[in-house]
Design a protein around this ligand. Sequence first.
Ligand code: SAH
Length: 464
Amino acid sequence: MQHFPIYLNLANRSVVLAGSGEMALAKLRLLARTPARLTLLAPDAEPGLAGLAAQSGATLLPRALEPADLDGAALVYAATGDAAEDARIARLGRAAGVLVNIVDNLEGSDFITPAIVDRAPVTVAIGTEGAAPVLARAIKTDLEARLPEGLGILARAGKQFRHAAEALPYGRPRREFWAEYYFGTGPQVMEAAGGELLDHALQSLLQEHLARGSRAGRVDLVGAGPGAADLMTLRARKLLDRADVVIHDGLVPQPILDLARREALFIAVGKQGFGPSTPQEQIIALMVEHARAGAHVVRLKGGDPAIFGRLDEETGALSAAGIDWAVTPGITAASAAAASIGASLTRRGRNQALHLLTAQDVDGLAEQDWKTLAQPDAVAAIYMGKRAARFVQGRLLMHGADPATPVTVVANASRAEQRILALRIETLAAGMAEAELQGPALILLGVAPAAVAADMPRLLAEMG
Ligand code: SAH
């Protein structure tokens, strides 16, 4: 984003435009919709341009631009069509500290004018930094068709009413009021009776919403999946889109958090591996506090909330506090890791069971039914196993596992930094130590990567 989009307030500002032909006319048309004081320098104005200047109250000066014309100006547009003259204007503009645009000259300009969809006060600016004007126009056409003509009227009436709407509590109650106005009541009233009745409609809608009283908040415990934003469920995305408060683990990457509303309150409760962590009681206290205040809380957890996510502790506490909650599942790390190596976690005739284990528990390294896991065809997904590789390896061998049993480690499954280590029980600890994996990693016992042709050289290299 080399060009940063902002909206410039042009009330009581002066904008200078130099040029006599088509290009100047196009810019004047646009600028005439703003309240700016316009000065047009046109030594040889074509009739259409002179007409529009008169009509829009612009000051038309039939001469070339002089330095004094730029005094106090906010912007200057050079649209003379003469490269040397445009460059002269640009130099004068910069000397005067005025932002310069040379029409159709990206490099020579300090700012560029986007394609604009105008439903003021709702305006959409579309820019491609000069890369694809055709694309910008196509997007504009698409939006023009999609945004109703009356949107501006709707938004102006809404703007007038903002203060009155503050009678509703901030957050969900107010948001729901506006959503109903913009997507329901507003357009209906406009269509049936026109813009004059919008204020009346807003009044009665507000009374109705005030009468609803304060709503109870709720908590959705949502699985964010393994990390790739497109591996989230649609329901998870919808809930994020509505959340007032998002309480998330360290495992949830930024692109997923970006799917939530920008105004939402984000609270990171980094229970990341061995890093600093927020005590569970505090996480629960946060959920309860915000839900009691009427907020829609999304408790966003990596993978699936029901797998090594301390879900019961959180839902139990919510129930005890009388707060409504629901769980939205997510793709767990075991599924994502299996997918990334193209392997199945179960196979007819090989394993009838799949074990999901954690290598860590509250007391440190977790003991398991090693005898079962050491059986020839056992398959297990071992979570939180990064620091436990040597322990797992030792226990399996002690219980008679075949040292050549395949073990695949997948770090950062589904993310850009994904890494795969195709190992065997006998090489597990050394292989992991050597790889110095960053980020979450899952150990798949009894599973080897499917021979994906493209990946073979790398896999062979990693196997050593
Ligand atoms: N609820 C999560 C698991 C939380 S426990 C889920 O269903 O996936 C945290 C462990 O999950 C990590 O130590 C790691 O073993 C595993 N994990 C989570 N995301 C992962 C990913 N993208 N790649 C590999 N392992 C991951």
